[in-house]
Design a protein around this ligand. Structure first.
Ligand code: ZN
Length: 373
């Protein structure tokens, strides 16, 4: 009886998540999308009520400056080959297209680019990605690029360069979501000044609850919300509780010499260095303090209190994170998140908004802000 009720509940949910790195996993492993050990596959999506997903085409900054575009195209091609060609999800480029796919019982897939360095400083390359169906871009990843600063690098521009302004304005004009997750506070403020379009922070939490550079300070939560923007909460324990972040940093530092030794002479192989970093990152999260669904919901509550219920939703970062809250291990567990929100006093309509409708409405606002459709 109970299982039946849960299955029905998942069918009713409209979960729409703003960020995952499943494309990277598909590019780098022999796994398919139907069923795999990844956080997200078609079976888990069905079970969890995940109806629409933004797939990030992540390019490790290690591939910059000259191999970033190629890497981006290869990761994008993994989605084409393993997800879209076999018809396991429908690639969508508009809210209407998404609604249609969902109504037909298909998983709707948006494609965003993660890391503006993949443009290799070319507005033409941005246009090419758009014609390939990319409808959003995270401006930086963990390192600065030539036109925007990252939150986890030494500040250089403290804003946007002239090219950076041109890029975000072109994204606004063509209705692409401008994603400031990973971007430094000063650069995010410069983006807010440069465009009228609502901004996306696809996978970031609240810094006042977990003081790490990747999270948003309260004033930016308010400013993004005031502009009609959207913030997706990140499921990575290190961005939920600072003690986990500290522990992972400590563990990582312990391996520093080993990493250096193993990467010596391989400086010219970004793929090997990227894999090596991920291997130690996974090691570093082992045995960390546990974090639970309720700790994540604290961030939803805080962001909603600052910016209103309409600005907050999900940005799981599934398949880009080496650990998750103990009771939210993969995409099949979204009904537990919905139930958790209900337990914390969110009304049924508010749960629907946080789980997916807010992101849907945000993307409609982005399309309206563009005039080059
Ligand atoms: Zn990311």
């Amino acid at each position: 009886m109970r299982n039946k009720a849960n299955a029905g509940e998942a069918q009713d949910l409209f979960v729409f998540d703003a960020h995952c790195d499943t494309a990277t996993v598909l590019a780098d492993k022999a796994w398919g999308f139907r069923r795999s050990p990844a956080h997200i596959d078609l079976g888990k999506a069905r079970k969890g009520g995940l109806k629409a997903q933004v797939f990030a085409v992540w390019v490790d900054p290690l591939f910059a400056p000259h191999r970033a575009l190629k890497r981006g195209l290869e990761v994008l091609q993994a989605l084409e080959t393993k997800v879209f060609a076999p018809g396991l999800a429908v690639k969508v480029v508009s809210v209407a297209g998404m609604d249609q796919a969902v109504a037909a019982g298909r998983l709707a897939a948006w494609v965003f680019l993660e890391g503006g360095h993949a443009l290799e400083n070319s507005l033409e390359v941005l246009a090419v990605f758009r014609s390939l169906g990319v409808r959003g871009m995270t401006l930086t990843h963990g390192r600065n690029n030539d036109w925007a600063d990252s939150s986890t690098d030494v500040p250089r521009l403290r804003g946007l360069s002239a090219l950076g302004k041109r890029i975000v304005r072109e994204m606004e004009r063509t209705g692409m979501a401008i994603d400031v997750s990973h971007v430094s506070d000063a650069t995010t403020r410069a983006v807010l000044r440069s465009v009228n379009a609502p901004l996306l922070a696809s996978h970031s939490n609240a810094r006042s609850l977990c003081d790490v550079p990747r999270n948003l300070p309260d004033d930016l939560v308010r400013a993004i919300a005031a502009g009609g923007g959207f913030i997706g909460v990140n499921f990575h324990p290190a961005f939920i509780r600072r003690r986990v972040y500290e522990q992972i940093e400590e563990n990582f530092a312990r391996h520093a010499r080993e990493i250096k030794a193993r990467s010596r002479g391989k400086e010219d192989d970004p793929k090997l260095l990227s894999d090596l970093e991920w291997e130690y990152f996974q090691k570093a999260v082992q045995g960390n303090n546990r974090v639970f669904l309720d700790d994540l919901i604290d961030h939803v509550v805080h962001i909603a209190a600052l910016g209103g219920i309409g600005c907050v939703g999900l940005g799981s970062d599934f398949d880009g994170i080496a650990s998750t809250p103990a009771d939210l291990r993969n995409a099949a567990h979204y009904p537990a998140l919905a139930a958790g929100l209900r337990r914390r006093g969110f009304r049924a309509g508010e749960v629907r908004r946080v789980c997916g409708l807010n992101l849907r409405h945000f993307l409609r606002r982005v399309a309206r802000a563009g005039n080059g459709r």
